[in-house]
Write a protein that binds this ligand. Structure first.
Ligand code: BJW
Ligand code: ZN
Length: 277
């Protein structure tokens, strides 16, 4: 099977590059969570197949019909809240915990990278008997598009972690700010909204200084996220891609590995098993 041989060759070459790189940036998109059961945005089973982006993921949509937008986000919170990290999240978590020059930038709002980090830290603690269970700040993902499980007040801008179910039966039941009483909104970045400038700065700096930018499971369509691998390329670094299909970023990638993130990432990032294992 020539395809499989090609894939193995590409994986071996990508492993060699990753193994010798001093600074690594991993950029993830919805595809990294697909095997956890989180719906992607585009594609045959994507969220946008049933909901138009401009009807739900813009500030104008929220202004026009906050109930409809909260209904959608409430449904996604419930669905995503039941999902667990997969082997790709776990491999990335172990890399960023073990290598202080590896950074993770994600477009995802599902919190699965954070969960995988917590799991990896507690696994490490149980194997070493250590009581330290905090995820180091440098390993935490740089979240470009916010979080499904945070709210932002439309009045006073207060941001709060919030995993409660949403009652979107009517506008009167929607979540409101405890401080000023204004309507809360999901703390995510909608189309036409600027990303948090400090968050974007950190992501851009990581992209510019990375020797390798490993892009996993993103359509490469949404900017400025999709421009980050270009920054790595322009600074003399290498772009590697893992995706089921080709994307606009495939053309700038030195190697594009076709396959599921949950199958490919452990092979790329984890130590080779001992021959006698
Ligand atoms: C697998 C897999 C498996 C599946 N294994 N792979 C430059 C050029 C053109 C346009 C623009 C530009 N700069 C800005 C724009 C406008 C706009 C934009 O990019 N539009 C394009 C779509 C045309 N950008 C914005 O509006 C951004 N804001 C901005 O630029 O502001 C400027 C400004 C500055 C100052 C003041 C005011 C304004 C904001 C973008 C926000 C995006 N928000 C969303 C919603 C977040 C909240 C929510 O979740 O509800 O973010 S949209 C949605 O797309 C979400 C995602 O994070 C994002 C990217 O999606 P992703 O990850 O690519 O997912 P999919 O589903 O599209 O792709 C999945 C991929 O995985 C596929 O390739 C599969 O093949 C693959 N896959 N299973 C491996 N198992
Ligand atoms: Zn408020």
């Amino acid at each position: 099977m020539p395809g499989v041989v090609d894939n193995l060759k590409e994986i071996a070459e990508a492993r060699r590059l990753l193994g010798s790189a001093r600074r690594i940036l991993i950029l993830t998109g919805a595809g990294v969570s697909a095997e956890s059961g989180v719906p992607t945005f585009r594609g045959p089973d994507g969220l946008w197949k049933t909901h138009r982006p401009e009807a739900l993921a813009t500030p104008e949509a929220f202004q026009a019909d906050p109930r409809l937008v909260w209904e959608w986000y409430g449904w996604r919170r419930e669905r995503v809240g039941a999902c667990r990290p997969n082997a790709a999240h776990a491999a990335i978590a172990r890399l960023t915990l073990g290598n202080e020059n590896a950074r993770l930038v994600t477009q995802n709002v599902d919190g699965l990278h954070e969960l995988a980090l917590e799991e990896a830290v507690s696994e490490g603690c149980s194997s070493t008997g250590s009581a330290e269970r905090a995820v180091p700040t440098r390993a935490a993902p740089i979240r470009l598009h916010g979080s499904l499980f945070r709210t932002r007040c439309t009045g006073c801008d207060d941001r709060t972690m919030d995993r409660r179910p949403v009652d979107a039966a009517s506008e009167a039941t929607l979540p409101r700010c405890k401080r000023c009483g204004a309507l809360l909104r999901p703390d995510v970045v909608w189309f036409g909204e600027g990303l948090d400038p400090e968050v974007l700065q950190r992501a851009m700096r990581s992209a510019e200084t990375a020797e390798i930018c490993l892009v996993v499971g993103t359509s490469g369509l949404v900017h400025p996220a999709a421009s980050l691998p270009l920054l790595t390329r322009e600074s003399g670094g290498v772009v590697l891609e893992v995706n089921l299909e080709s994307t606009p970023l495939t053309t700038i990638a030195m190697s594009s590995i076709r396959g599921r993130a949950g199958q490919i990432l452990p092979k790329l990032l984890e130590a080779e098993p001992e021959l006698n294992d």
